[in-house]
Design a protein around this ligand. Structure first.
Ligand code: CA
Length: 522
């Protein structure tokens, strides 16, 4: 008994003594509850000014804490973003550059360090790093990309198919883990939603939402990629090219033939079979609800016989409705978790973060998907609440990165941040609004080309408050944007002589950042 008590209390006791400067004051380390969705754009969050959707629970975190208006990822794609989160290091150092890589799970991560310091650590939901999670007392992850209905989980090493809607299941597992946690330890819980990742399959309870709404087209919907023909114009991620089956949920007897490549010509050849397999994951009860909604859409689509821009705009409306319905489940999940914290006296001492593994295109530039260093996918939403130490109602325009999560959590837990972590702790900004010596530029590097999806060429770049310089280095193509004059990034002004000095400064800054982060373009 005494030994057990020592095992649970000793690490916390030591933390308290060491970090209270050997005084008798005992600091209680905060709990960390990190909620990350997949591909959730700021354009679809009401506290970020969205007119498309109301997200009251995400907004609640922002209102009771802080919202970042300039938060970015370092490599805008699923697996790499997760590797940056865990390690606090850029992709070239953590080794996970694109989705084909395997995460080296022997490397140091912040959950491992928190576990060592006495935290109980959990990860629930999407993992997508291919290797087995390490540093977690409890891991229940979706296998691969995961499915929206009746998903296959890997639960502490064992496969388990769970019946239901994935966002709800992840929420149930989170509450179960909170309920069963050790009450003597602080917890660190990573909750990683699959939603709203492609192919955007909503929960039946939200099928009727947005039903009669016609969403306005984004300003750049009909972008022709002038001055960016070989980069933006080369990408294969136009809504025009979405699959009628997999993306838009039409059955093959309701259209003549599949359209476009959907971002991957190899997948296109078997997309209808893939969609059928996904549809058939649903049980009879789920299919009944699904068909009750989508059969009507299939019939109307066939009858309308749409062509050209009318067909394209129909695809956009369908895409938006399903994407936003998936987000309604995410917001509902956050509300349930926040309520649990309230009801169990955990709200005050728990840091709650909501973010996404990157942004997404909701029709801007005619696109869906991510990858580019352009604003919509470079940005990630970031709201943080910690009532005990973070004043409410703050909005910060300082540049935060997903690189900063690991050092921030370690800092709050009073655990030493390893020297090779490349991000910076946000703690001083969050608690004291101290902004001295904070970064004035951010560095970006994307790698997944020519393999994989969507044909976005490799690029690196630098963004400052006012400008962005991007180098598509395999083709030696440069792009420069004036973010104040051209926030939609429609005009590449790299060759404009009036920007020669700015170009030069940004190139120097790009070199400086590459040196600092030990990266190169090749
Ligand atoms: Ca993602």
């Amino acid at each position: 008994m005494f030994k057990n008590l020592c095992n649970t209390f000793l690490p916390l006791f030591l933390i308290s003594i060491i970090f209270a400067g050997c005084s008798v004051k005992k600091e209680i380390p905060p709990n960390i509850l990190f909620i990350m969705s997949d591909d959730h754009a700021e354009q679809a969050i009401s506290c970020y000014g969205s007119k498309l959707i109301n997200t009251p629970n995400i907004d609640r975190i922002a209102n009771e804490g802080i919202r970042f208006t300039n938060s970015f990822v370092t490599n805008s794609i699923c697996g790499p973003s997760r590797a940056v989160l865990l390690t606090g290091k850029y992709s070239h150092l953590n080794g996970f550059r694109d989705n084909r890589d395997l995460f080296d799970s022997s490397q140091t991560t912040f959950p491992k360090l928190l576990q060592k310091a006495g935290y109980e650590t959990h990860v629930i939901g999407k993992w997508h790093l291919r290797s087995t999670p390490t540093g977690f007392d409890n891991w229940k992850i979706l296998k691969g990309q995961g499915q929206y209905y009746n998903p296959l989980f890997l639960e502490n090493g064992k496969e388990n198919i769970r019946t239901g809607y994935t966002t709800d299941i992840i929420t149930d597992l989170t509450i179960e883990a909170l309920e069963n946690r050790s009450k003597e330890k602080p917890f660190c819980m990573l909750i990683h939603h699959k939603a709203p990742h492609r192919n955007w399959m909503p929960n039946a309870k939200y099928f009727e939402e947005f039903e009669n709404i016609e969403f306005p087209l984004p300003e750049t919907f009909y972008d022709e990629y002038k001055t960016r023909e070989k980069t933006a114009g080369h990408a294969d991620m136009r809504i025009d090219d979405m699959y009628l089956s997999f993306d838009l949920k039409l059955h093959k007897n309701y259209y003549d033939k599949e359209t476009g490549t959907g971002g991957n010509a190899k997948f296109a050849s078997k997309v209808e079979l893939n969609w059928l397999a996904i549809y058939n994951r649903m049980n009879a009860e789920q299919k009944k609800l699904w068909d009750g909604h989508y059969n009507k859409i299939n019939e109307e689509f066939k009858k309308a016989n749409l062509k050209g821009n009318k067909l394209l705009e129909w695809k956009y409306q369908q895409y938006m409705k399903d994407y936003l319905r998936c987000i309604l489940s995410v917001d509902e999940s956050i509300g349930r978790i926040l309520n649990y914290l309230d009801e169990n006296g955990l709200a005050k001492n728990t840091i709650v973060v909501y973010t996404s593994d990157q942004g997404f295109y909701l029709g801007e530039h005619g696109w869906y998907d991510k990858r580019f260093m352009y604003e919509e996918s470079h940005s990630m939403p970031l709201v943080i609440r910690y009532p005990k130490q973070i004043p409410s109602g703050q909005v910060s325009d300082l540049m935060a990165l997903n690189l900063d999560f690991a050092p921030t959590f370690l800092d709050f837990a009073n655990v030493t941040i390893p020297n090779d972590v490349q991000g910076n702790s946000l703690r001083n900004i969050l608690e004291n609004n101290k902004t001295d010596n904070w970064r004035k530029s951010v560095y970006y590097h994307y790698y997944e080309y020519p393999h994989g999806w969507h044909k976005v060429k490799k690029h690196c770049g630098v963004r400052t408050e006012d400008h962005k310089l991007i180098h598509f280095y395999d083709d030696d193509i440069w792009e420069l944007y004036d973010l104040k004059k051209d926030p939609n990034e429609l005009k590449n002004i790299y060759t404009d002589p009036s920007y020669a000095d700015i170009n030069n400064d940004l190139k120097n800054e790009l070199s400086r950042l590459q040196k600092e982060y030990k990266d190169s373009s090749f």
